[in-house]
Design a protein around this ligand. Structure first.
Ligand SMILES: Cc1cc2nc3c(=O)[nH]c(=O)nc-3n(C[C@H](O)[C@H](O)[C@H](O)COP(=O)(O)O)c2cc1C
Length: 332
């Protein structure tokens, strides 16, 4: 029986959280993750500025949650209090969100230039004021996903204290600084330190999967773990995490299982209220990840990255299964 954890009075079925992943964690990925065991899922980061100017495409990202199958946290990014207030009102009215998250960790220039994401870690007073505004505005509990610091990982304790005094209901912390991006080993020892300073639920993040989730929860005392890249093209990572917690063996996956997971997510992707041509292009980033571990990765990618319709994806998947089964080389 999986251990549960609770944020702001809402009990989550287990301690495995699907991370916010721009370009990936749309409603299709979230439903797949929920079906295969995730206890909580996050949307991609959504621009408060775009919501405040009623961008139809961005509004659709908010509406999509009506179809999610487990509790969802919607993640906002921004740097303007008024825009965040407007965005929160829209999320309250349009969505079905358990939590609203504020992004204090994104390192990409497009977001940093707007003084948002991890750029706010260079000005903790401003970050505090924005988070406090969100807490005071929102009827939905506010949580924050952040990093250890901008350049100094030891800032993690200061950041936790700032967020707690602003009134957040939980903190998810990626065990790297902004300057470390996604590389090098996360500083799990500092996540432990941050956790000790955190009286609200604490979710550890960074290079976590079925092999280390339990030991990281144990060593850091985190209440839960957040899974990012390991969940892309791999919704069964949540099934594996639950199996490991139950002391069960992790099954080896047949190529047909991987193909079936892709088909399942593909059907969900094309049932979204988004132009199919856009879906086709966006799904090219996730599709090859469903076949991780197979030989011929480059050729598998080659078959999937030109697909321009659901039909073409299905044909490419059939071809990959066929050749993997026959053990033949996939031709470009
Ligand atoms: C492609 C990609 C997109 C991401 N998008 C977001 C995002 O929208 N919001 C966010 O807070 N973090 C985002 N992240 C960071 C992840 O949520 C996570 O913190 C990071 O990948 C480390 O966890 P992992 O090692 O389990 O992947 C993104 C990471 C990647 C690789």
């Amino acid at each position: 029986m999986a251990k549960k954890f609770t944020i702001a009075g809402l009990e989550l079925a287990n301690r495995y959280v699907q991370a916010p992943l721009a370009g990936f964690s749309d409603v299709a990925m979230r439903i797949a993750a929920a079906r295969h065991g995730a206890g909580l899922v996050y949307t991609e980061m959504i621009s408060a500025a775009a919501l405040a100017r009623h961008s139809e495409e961005t509004l659709e990202m908010v509406r999509e949650t009506k179809r999610d199958e487990c509790p969802v946290a919607l993640q906002l990014f921004g740097s303007d209090a008024e825009e965040l207030r407007t965005a929160i009102r829209i999320c309250e009215a349009e969505g079905r969100y358990a939590f609203l998250d504020f992004n204090l960790g994104c390192p990409v220039p497009k977001v940093m230039k707007q003084d948002a994401g991890s750029h706010l870690l260079t000005d903790l007073d401003k970050a505090y004021s924005l988070v406090k505004t969100m807490v005071e505005t929102s009827s939905i509990p506010i949580v924050v996903k952040t990093r250890l610091g901008y350049s100094n990982p030891e800032d993690c304790v200061k950041i936790v204290q700032m967020l707690v005094s602003a009134g957040v209901s939980a903190i998810a912390m990626h065990g790297r600084t902004r300057n470390e991006f996604y590389t090098g080993l996360p500083h799990y020892d500092l996540l432990t330190k941050a956790r000790q300073a955190c009286p609200v639920p604490f979710i550890a993040n960074g290079n976590i999967g079925p092999d280390n989730a339990l030991s990281i929860m144990e060593s850091t005392s985190a209440d839960a773990v957040m899974i990012g890249r390991n969940a892309i093209g791999n919704p069964l990572v949540f099934t594996d995490l639950l199996a490991v917690e139950d002391g069960l063996e992790r099954p080896v996956r047949a190529v047909e299982t991987q193909a079936q997971l892709l088909r399942e997510q593909l059907a969900l992707e094309y049932s979204r209220n988004v132009p199919p041509a856009k879906i086709s292009v966006e799904f090219r980033a996730a599709a090859p990840a469903f076949f991780q571990g197979l030989p011929n990765a480059r050729r598998i990618r080659g078959l999937l990255v030109h697909c321009s319709s659901q039909e073409e994806y299905l044909q490419a998947v059939d071809r990959i299964v066929e050749v993997a089964r026959d053990g033949e080389e996939i031709q470009d």
